[in-house]
Design a protein around this ligand. Structure first.
Ligand code: SF4
Length: 335
């Protein structure tokens, strides 16, 4: 973990945000590229939003990048470019919840602040034998209290890192290595032999699936149309080919023509299929169907958030993973 040796609050912050809902292995290359491109809070604050999104492309949960950027501007504007050291001030910044604030305060500033990320939650729940749904407010209160109690006074940093590492390497979701665990003697779940049943797997509703149709509209010069998604919402701030969701009973081609007509005000002729891309988000799955298209009625004027670009320039824009695959299919067809 390239961030492990550092106490630079900015780098600790970036690593903690990247590690939210993302594995260490996935974060490592992104972290290196990100801090090389934006080595300080001031450098991040001064960057263009598109440049920040491009460095985050592929890591997912893009609101993290937008919030990091917003927060960097606040740190420069209100805190003189220095990340604040207290949990309360940190948690007031966009994208920093209580656990991330605790991690930054303890790891970077050595404060005795509790952390409760996914790994620590599992360790503490097993230690105490908390068996219900850990998202319940009563369980969360118990977990926060325990996380606070576990801090060795004056050793907030060491405690936070130890608990995180324990969750990562020893007290893993499946097959925890209880015989190697330094907390084994104190662990309720080990004593009761039910560590793997904690945390309780809560049965979620089945994940819905949507068919999404995507238009790669080419103009007479061979350029393609992309638009910037609004900041608020899924994949906000990224660039994407236009399109939308197929309604029940519609053919893919009819859905595409309808979406483009209503979004862009132009009529299109839907041509050959470029390819199909499947992707799973946290709350739904999608199958994208991408088609080559040409406008035959109306003109679409480019703007700051919608551009005609040569396909070779798609590499310069931050695209969602699905759209990047479509762009790759395009360049495979016309290298
Ligand atoms: Fe986790 Fe086992 Fe250690 Fe308990 S003894 S904290 S279940 S690894």
């Amino acid at each position: 973990m390239p961030w492990r040796g550092t106490r630079d609050p900015y780098r600790v912050w970036v690593s903690e945000i990247m590690l939210q809902q993302t594995t260490v292995a996935a974060v490592v290359p992104y972290y290196g590229r990100f801090v090389a491109a934006f080595p300080t809070v001031a450098a991040l604050a001064a960057a263009r939003p598109d440049t920040v999104m491009k460095k985050w492309e592929g890591l997912g949960y893009y609101s993290r990048a937008r919030n990091l950027h917003k927060a960097a501007k606040i740190v420069v504007g209100r805190h003189g470019g220095e990340l604040p050291a207290t949990v309360d001030e940190l948690a007031a910044l966009p994208g920093i919840g209580l656990s991330t604030a605790g991690a930054i305060a303890s790891i970077a500033f050595g404060r005795d602040a509790p952390v409760l990320d996914g790994n620590v939650k599992r360790v503490v729940a097993r230690l105490l034998g908390i068996r219900g749904d850990l998202a319940r407010p009563a369980s969360l209160r118990e977990l926060w209290d325990a996380s606070r109690t576990l801090i060795l006074p004056g050793k907030g940093r060491e405690t936070a890192l130890a608990l995180m590492d324990l969750g990562n390497l020893v007290c893993t979701p499946r097959s925890p290595r209880c015989p190697d665990c330094p907390l084994g003697r104190h662990c309720r779940a080990r004593r009761d032999g039910n560590a793997e049943e904690i945390p309780l797997k809560v049965r979620r509703k089945p994940i819905p699936h949507h068919d999404i149709v995507v238009a790669v509209i080419e103009d007479a010069k061979g350029r393609v149309l992309i638009g910037r998604r609004p900041d608020a919402g899924l994949l906000g701030g990224l660039w994407a080919f236009p399109g939308g969701k197929r309604e029940e009973g519609e053919t893919l081609e009819a859905a595409l023509a309808r979406e483009i007509e209503s979004d862009l005000g132009i009529g299109i002729a839907v041509g050959g299929k470029i390819g199909t891309v499947r992707h799973a988000y946290s709350h739904f799955r999608v199958t994208l169907h991408a088609y080559r298209c040409r406008a035959f009625r109306g003109t679409f004027r480019a703007s700051r958030d919608a551009k005609w670009i040569a396909p070779s320039r798609l590499a310069d824009y931050a695209l969602p993973r699905t759209n990047r695959k479509i762009a790759d299919l395009l360049s495979d067809a016309h290298p």
